[in-house]
Design a protein around this ligand. Sequence first.
Ligand code: NAD
Length: 351
Amino acid sequence: MKIAVLPGDGIGSEIIAQALAVLKRLELPLELETAAVGGAGYDASGDPLPEATLKLAREADAILFGAVGGWKYDELPRAKRPEQAILGLRKHLSLFANLRPAQVYAELAGASALRAEVVAGLDILIIRELTGDIYFGQPRGIHKLPDGQREGFDTMRYTESEIRRIAHVGYQAARKRGRKLCSVDKANVLETSQLWRDVVTEVGKEYSDVELSHMYVDNCAMQLVRTPKQFDVIVTGNMFGDILSDEASMLTGSIGMLPSASLDAKNKGLYEPIHGSAPDIAGKDIANPLATILSAAMMLRYSLNQVAAADRIESAVKKVLQDGYRTADIAEAGARKVGTKEMGEAVVACL
Ligand code: NAD
């Protein structure tokens, strides 16, 4: 199994180093090859997604990604900005399904902005369609009306096949978890959403073991802060998913803990923490590596079919939290405060 390892910028290399130490400890037949991406790619070859990096990503079975971006690249033209590397990888590799789990470990329930009893034990997965919807629909633009004022417009659109393939991802993920899928739309107002609802329901006939429900997006936004534990897997379109997945991540209160995956139709994927390159703490050995370690676990589960190994990593992370290890971002008063490297070593020791 070949893994393209793309550490990127800022804290990227520090957190990826710990995820690699964890993967190595599992002694699986993994071939790990590293390449530059983002600002590091630009520095090396004048392009945030160098040709050689894209080639490696195409050949690999999965991609483990750190984070990209940094102050020194802020003035570059848009096409050369580090963040273009992620968009380029999504586009070239047809990564259309974004999986964002939001899990609250009992020990960290106090970090949430919500009351601990509302979020303790939370374990939900939001699946967002990534390549369609109003973000890409044509026509779009700003034009002038006959009365002289400007009008902005975008087009929300989804084809049946686009909905069908993300629905399958939703049902299959639900099968690996609690077998409950909630499809989120705005079918009371939008035609696109009516088609979404119809197609998700049709696909459901192939998954009689998964319980399907539908919810309007405004209600879902409310339910996520009211009783988030009612959900197992949520599947939704690009724009609704963009907003709801950020909302859900904040239920946990700690950006350094959350992994993500972006998958293609064959479950090849790019795995990365949801946070950025954190230039403010780069090089200080204080970044939390757990989101990246958990991204590696997702990679084993979803792309490499190594479910037992994924379970082992997730259990080890739970154990180090139970044992009181905390990086600065999740440390409460009196906690056993450790750095990036020591946190990684604690997970490896647990394995
Ligand atoms: P950020 O996620 O990098 O940082 C936000 C805050 O969270 C910072 O205070 C940071 O120190 C903290 N933080 C982030 N990850 C942490 C971790 N693992 N452990 C402890 N603390 C952590 O977001 P930002 O500051 O808005 O962006 C910084 C750069 O990252 C920008 O160039 C931005 O474009 C880029 N970015 C990249 C990605 C990506 O690579 N997928 C995502 C978001 C932002």
